[in-house]
Design a protein around this ligand. Sequence first.
Ligand SMILES: Cc1cc2nc3c(=O)[nH]c(=O)nc-3n(C[C@H](O)[C@H](O)[C@H](O)COP(=O)(O)OP(=O)(O)OC[C@H]3O[C@@H](n4cnc5c(N)ncnc54)[C@H](O)[C@@H]3O)c2cc1C
Length: 482
Amino acid sequence: MDTALERQGSGLIREADILIIGGGLSGTMLAAQLLRLPGRRKVLIVEPRSELGRGEAYSAVELGHTLNGNAARMSVDPDNADDLTQWLTAFIEAGGWPESDQQHVPISELFPPRGIFGLYVQQRLAEARELGTQNGSTAEHVRGEAVDLRLADDAVMVTLADGQVLRGGFAVLATGMFPAARTPQTESSGLNAAALDPWDVAAMRQLDPQATVLIIGSGLTMVDAVVSLEQAGHRGPIEVFSRHGLLPHVRRQPPAWQDFLAEDHSLRSPRQLMRALREQCRQAQAQGIDWQAPLDTVRAHIGRLWNQASDVQRRQFVRHVRPWWESHHHRSPPLSAELVARLHGEGRLRIQAASFKGLVESAEEALGIRICRRGEAGTTVVQGAALINSSGIEYDWRRVARPLPQQLLARGLIQPGPLALGIAARADGAVLDAEGNPADRLFAMGPPLRGMWWESTAVTDVASQAKALAGRLAELQVLASG
Ligand SMILES: Cc1cc2nc3c(=O)[nH]c(=O)nc-3n(C[C@H](O)[C@H](O)[C@H](O)COP(=O)(O)OP(=O)(O)OC[C@H]3O[C@@H](n4cnc5c(N)ncnc54)[C@H](O)[C@@H]3O)c2cc1C
């Protein structure tokens, strides 16, 4: 498709072969993969942020906000597991991240700050752009928010908030994760207005260092929030509330373990999986091997197991296994985990199994939340000086108050994924419309496919999806032009 700018009504129409909506890790990696493939293509990446490749995760400016896996596990190149280690070696040699010296571990074992990982992603895009120019391929950042999308027989039309219209042969939803679930009760009680951003160290510096801080949620975002508080000089009590009261385990570097699921395709139900996994962990521990070794082998199979499972089995997993999976699989980087353990040991950080029920009116300078402790019928009010909401992500697009998800649903172009997690799609990423028909021109990748694969968010998930989807789109482009 030729580059063309024309006017239609008040909207400016720009044309491209492929429109990528969202320029975080997913959209940027997809663009990089597309640029590397033979053939000529023009890609437009719609992203409101000033920089591509960062999204929320890799916009982090605090060095203590690190990846939750070491460099050897976080390559964005599915064909080269050492890609990040190689890039990081050159980056450190050139004087970047001087603080890494203090850790005295090989570069492959470092847990890079997420902001530095963002630079790596950007450099890989820059290199792909250079390669792309040899084929006449380009990837351009269009700043703005996509607010609507329509499908025609031969094109996809995307409208941006400023009225601009983009027309592409194909479009990909790479819109990432939407902020924490808000029940109507918490919405009306202004939780998000009252809460501090878990990553905003500057805002935390405004707090009285001895103030009591309340944190809702006990996953990796809570860990980041504790790092932020520490960096901001906070030394007061931290009260953490989460439904199950589980803290993430620390990530160690376990040795390889036999891929027991590769040999046993009969395992289907969450109960069978957990039984087999516990047995493997017992065997490992009996040999003096870390339980993390067998657990890590499950990761490669989780998408297949989830995808094959019935909704009943998926519900069982979410209800009974998810809290355990979250705290054991989504593990904390060692330095952050050390900090949390130290504060816990000193009694400064307390974790309680309790559900958040809403904000309560409090005197000025104070803040109250109503919680229900696990096993108790009534609620209790807890007071603090500040509140941090680290309770997760809204995966149900029907509840996401953004124009694009709402418009896609209203137009019947998408339908909720299994258990209303993200949106439904075919294995190649083609989204399913309200009737269940796969779109010819509309695809999705990354967190929107949570319901299809359960794990569809981490660096390695996104990197392998980007490669597969780029190949598929290039194939479709050839078919469409022939
Ligand atoms: C704080 C945090 C830390 C993480 N740490 C790790 C980690 O250590 N290791 C790991 O493996 N994974 C980690 N993840 C998970 C994963 O790597 C990220 O979620 C990853 O960024 C997913 O990339 P994405 O591009 O799909 O989503 P995002 O990074 O969320 O990017 C989506 C982008 O889409 C844009 N967008 C959304 N809607 C529109 C629209 N309508 N129009 C235009 N643009 C739109 C947004 O502005 C955003 O920039 C982390 C995630 C978070 C949030």
